[in-house]
Design a protein around this ligand. Structure first.
Ligand code: COA
Ligand code: MG
Length: 284
């Protein structure tokens, strides 16, 4: 499946039951939205949330990817959630919670063959089956569910996320091996801007495409962290120039600022420039 040319720097969760938040989202610069029918919605609000969301999806969310997180199929609501959004023309993808293996995706494909699927990666089984899940043809993206994963494995919160590294790394490698999108987990302390920034930078440095966020105040921090900086853009341009000059002089490797520049660095530099262009195009 080819990837849509979209950005996922900030992926905002919105409880589908909260009309005010749904309305507010239209004015927020989030790259993508996860409309949540699962954990952010109380059991006795599930049916109503489905109706609110169905109507809200016809509002103008602009360029933002619209992803609906349904309840898992082994809950009382999963089947009805999938039935309600499997053919909804305003829904770009369905996000499936607690995916343990490709069989869990297969069960959803049988009910929603027309929608790309995203998987919540939030169980120990999922970490161990990450490659098989990433390789499923219906899968478009992965979202790290770090809160559920911590609950399951019994790890504690640490600012450096050392206990999460194995799971994050396995899922990241799996997604990259199959060319799928992968978004980092949420940062719960939504008033702690420094803490969020540090976690965004860690996820970005690892190779994540963006971060899931839970509050409007987190959107800009994620957008900035996952966008190339001016210094990175400047370096990318100079690397391309230096390499072209080296090739022109009959050499295969350039030296810039005391570091070698090979063809692979040029590919990475072009990727950085392309990302900046995509961000600029979206702002127009
Ligand atoms: N998306 C869009 N708008 C949101 C929002 C979200 N996720 N969270 C809050 N807002 C809006 C509020 O509606 C409010 O709008 P208003 O001032 O224009 O009326 C504004 O942002 C400020 O909200 P605030 O009062 O600071 O937050 P809160 O105390 O009402 O809610 C949370 C805090 C964490 C409960 C809320 O942000 C939330 O529900 N986040 C999503 C949680 C979620 O989806 N979890 C599942 C995945 S982990
Ligand atoms: Mg979860």
């Amino acid at each position: 499946m080819t990837q849509p040319a979209r950005l996922y720097r900030s992926v905002l969760y919105i409880p589908a039951s909260k009309e005010r938040a749904l309305e507010k989202a239209m004015s927020l610069p989030a790259d993508a939205i996860i409309f949540d029918l699962e954990d952010a919605v109380a059991p006795d609000e599930k049916a109503q949330a489905r109706l609110i969301l169905d109507a809200a999806l016809y509002d103008d969310f602009g360029h933002r990817a619209r992803i609906v997180r349904v309840n898992a199929l082994d809950t009382a609501w999963g089947r009805d959630d999938i039935a309600a959004f499997a053919n909804h023309d305003r829904v770009d993808a369905l996000l499936i919670p607690k995916v343990n293996s490709p069989a869990d995706l297969e069960a959803v494909v049988a009910l929603a063959p027309a929608k790309p699927l995203w998987a919540m990666m939030e169980t120990a089984q999922a970490m161990l089956n990450a490659a098989a899940i990433a390789g499923h043809p219906a899968l478009q993206g992965m979202v790290m569910g770090t809160n559920d994963l911590a609950k399951e494995i019994g790890s504690r919160f640490r600012a450096d996320r050392l206990p999460m590294q194995a799971g994050l790394g396995l899922c990241l490698l799996a997604a990259k091996a199959y060319g799928k999108i992968i978004i980092d987990g949420v940062f719960n302390a939504f008033k702690d801007e420094q803490g969020l920034l540090a976690e965004c930078e860690q996820g970005r440095d690892m190779g994540f495409d963006g971060k899931t966020v839970i509050h409007p105040a987190q959107v800009q921090i994620a957008n900035a962290a996952f966008a190339p900086s001016e210094a990175e853009l400047d370096l990318a341009r100079r690397q391309i120039e230096a390499f072209e000059a080296a090739v022109g002089a009959g050499q295969g490797v350039a030296v810039l600022d005391g570091k070698i520049v090979e063809n692979l660095h040029v590919v990475m530099a072009q990727r950085t420039l392309a990302k900046a262009e995509a961000i600029a195009a979206m702002a127009d």
